[in-house]
Ligand binder design. Sequence first.
Ligand code: ADP
Length: 538
Amino acid sequence: MQDVPLTTNWIFERGMRFFPTRAVVTRTATGLERATFADVGAQTRRIAAALDALGVSPDGRVATFAWNTARHLALYFAIPGSGRVMHTGNIRYFPEQLVYTFNHAEDEAVFVDRSLLPLFAKYLPQLRTLKHIVVMDDGAPAEIPDDPRVLDYTELVGAQQELDLTDRVDDEHRAAAICYTSGTTGNPKGVLYSHRSTWLHSNASLTSSAFSMNDRDRVLPVVPMFHANAWGLPYAAFLGGAALIMPGPDLSPAALLALMESEQVTVAAGVPTIWMGMVPMLAAHDLSHLRVVVCGGSAVPRSLSEAWRTTIGLPITQAWGMTEMSPLGTVCYLRDEVADADDETQASIRATQGIAPPGVDLRIVDPQTREELPWDDEHTGELEARGPWLARQYYRTDAPGEQFSPDGWLRTGDVAAISPLGYLRLVDRTKDLVKSGGEWISSVELENELMAHPLVAEAAVIALPHPKWGERPLACVVVRDGEQVSKEELLEFLRGRLSSWQVPDDVVFIDEVPKTSVGKFSKKTLRDRFADYTLPTG
Ligand code: ADP
């Protein structure tokens, strides 16, 4: 068989050849900007020429620091397409994480949205490897730093001839992009995606084991383009010919809903907090074009998916993954065996993380013996995964490290059961489990039950030390706007749904659950905040 390299240029050329008229719509601070794949393609070829003209090394790292926009999309193709490695900078990182990742990747250039300059510019003195700072003017009046490295995007790119990228990358194992993932301790870790892994992962998104993305779709990546490459959606859209709707800086529920309605979005993807915020406003919008709402990054509470289903007739599609997995690991769709099951059964299935697509292998292992456990939906163990779009080790580390098993599987840090039909059910993160008197209590399950209470907006459960049981759960609860509920009422509600020893020892009411840089509940922040909190004993 022919050995044709699987590259992002292939994805790009396919989009250009088959779907040049497909739309790329960007909502900026000033309104909607409409472009086509052909427009983005022309920009891509000019950016590639600009990188050559600037003398960026043939395999140099080039960063982005930008919202989800058509320009960012062109960078997705131009940087890897010209042989360089795209580092999508996380605009929500703490200063030290931001500085660390840029220096660790040794970025030679960065393309930054003007509106993000107030955030970015103050770190410039510490970003020692950067030779070029290309400012993309998005209409924001932000001050341009007085730094000799600064260039204007339109001047730089506009002056170039279009460069043919077709055969520029001939080795599919070359690096295409790097994303950093922040663990709970230590510095963020770099995951280097290859051209091949990007191609295979994108192709999977087009299949019925994932999102069946196709040329009739209009896809809204709410997930930022720095979060595991917007879950691969930009590449999948070019490969499959789906239009892209880019939300820009305004990610408020009202703005997103208006965009979904007016642009007739069919596929939208984001973390649970995004879809939770929309629930009260759903009924007021015509979302009849929507066919898949992808939700991942954290567990999707059953009550959330059911709220969508009962309001607009479309439940949420849960997906599970990790930056280390490009990120797609599983997608929850209803297999034939359960396609006609009753609403209750189907809702329970949708609360699982779903089925691994071809390309991802999963196993659960006993934490002590490391022996593989059966797929009976009963045994829970540490989840491990392998496949051609999963990392083998982190960037610039000598050894694979403890997050990889001796036989090369990725140790996900998640604890899970798998059903005989292959549905993955995450019980918790290893570090978030509450270990009470020798038994594990799943914080995820407690959160799910709490969020099923009609007056609870958000809930996060953490483990606190306990003199008798080792650890016991504390529930941190956000009550819906303008509502009130007592601790006793909530505990009584849980008593009806859980075994008595699983019910949290205490409830604290907070204004908001703190979030991580990618919009997940930050249990670490909660743990720090309640480190000195004493649970009632007795
Ligand atoms: P970060 O480490 O930067 O938060 P990741 O997005 O790579 O970034 O985090 C991956 C982890 O997120 C997974 O190991 C898992 O614990 C959690 N996760 C992702 N999707 C889901 C889901 N559908 N349900 C529960 N947890 C999820």
